[in-house]
Design a protein around this ligand. Structure first.
Ligand SMILES: NC(=O)c1ccc[n+]([C@@H]2O[C@H](COP(=O)([O-])OP(=O)(O)OC[C@H]3O[C@@H](n4cnc5c(N)ncnc54)[C@H](OP(=O)(O)O)[C@@H]3O)[C@@H](O)[C@H]2O)c1
Length: 256
């Protein structure tokens, strides 16, 4: 059947940030597509809730945690998943933080923290999971970028710098690993209401500005990201690498 190419049955997916505001819904979407999904972040409790829902949907999971800024923790995560499943087919990198303030007020510690989670964390996960994917000659990596990868968002200097770099890192990995059966792509979400930006989106002036620039005239909901993620993780996208799918209601397409 034609849709078989989208089927993820039996695939093993590490989802970093997979119990977060966007991550939880996408984790469950990957599980519905047949993948065994391991949602990880620092919070064991949040991961556990999602692990239970994933297992209830009939696929396997694993309860563990990771702080992506720490190489030894990412290494431990990779070994835990390898010892239970013997392979890692899919990696989603969605751990992300921001300190929403003007450059002049952003401390060096805050800058370092954002770069450590959003950029170094993505690098570490790609590198350490990538080693296993290279050995099996198969892998799908999806890095969650942002509008801030493409545009300068005020009060988000470290965030935009990190997300712009994630886009570039994705292209380099795509080029280096294309001949080893590994696809590396990004998804750039537009504005979605989660813990990350709840405060900003509740400012009426900011919200109105965003709506005026969004052709579809609404915020995204996490379900909007499931189709693009399943697609990029599937063999339906096997000739696609080093690119980004913008899931933003048209935001990046409109000048006025
Ligand atoms: N919401 C939007 O409108 C939007 C738009 C564009 C891009 N994005 C991107 O989408 C991704 C998910 O964001 P979200 O909106 O779902 O926000 P969220 O609910 O705050 O999720 C962020 C995730 O990152 C994890 N995380 C933070 N620091 C971590 C660390 N050191 N190690 C491991 N995990 C860590 C969090 O889990 P713990 O705190 O438990 O560790 C959480 O699972 C982020 O990369 C974000 O930049 C979001």
């Amino acid at each position: 059947m034609f849709l078989e190419a989208f089927d993820l049955t039996g695939k093993v997916a590490i989802f970093v940030g997979g119990s977060g505001g966007l991550g939880k819904t996408i984790s469950l979407g990957l599980a519905k597509a047949g993948a065994n999904v391991i949602p990880v972040s620092r919070s064991k409790q949040r991961n556990e809730e999602v692990v239970k829902e994933i297992e209830a949907s009939g696929v396997q999971s694993l309860l563990t945690t990771v702080d992506v800024t720490r190489e030894e923790e990412v290494q431990r995560l990779v070994e835990e998943v390898m010892s239970k499943f013997g392979r890692i087919d899919i990696l989603i990198n969605a751990a992300g933080i921001n300190y929403k303030k003007p450059v002049i007020e952003l401390t060096v510690a805050e800058w370092d923290h954002v770069i450590a989670v959003n950029l170094k964390g993505t690098f570490l996960c790609c590198k350490l999971v990538g080693e296993k994917m290279l050995a099996q000659n198969y892998g799908k990596i999806v890095n969650i970028a942002s509008l801030g990868s493409h545009l300068g968002i005020t009060r988000s200097a470290a965030y935009c710098a990190s997300k712009g770099a994630v886009l570039q890192l994705t292209k380099v990995l795509a080029a280096e690993w294309a001949s080893h059966g590994i696809n590396v792509n990004c998804i750039s979400p537009g504005y979605f209401k989660t813990a990350l930006n709840e405060k900003m989106l509740s400012e009426k002036e900011t919200y109105d500005k965003i709506m005026n620039r969004t052709p579809m005239q609404r915020l995204g909901v996490p379900e909007d990201l499931v189709g693009a993620t399943v697609f990029l993780c599937s063999d339906a996208a096997k000739f696609i690498t080093g690119t980004t799918i913008e899931v933003d209601g048209g935001f990046l397409s409109m000048a006025l």
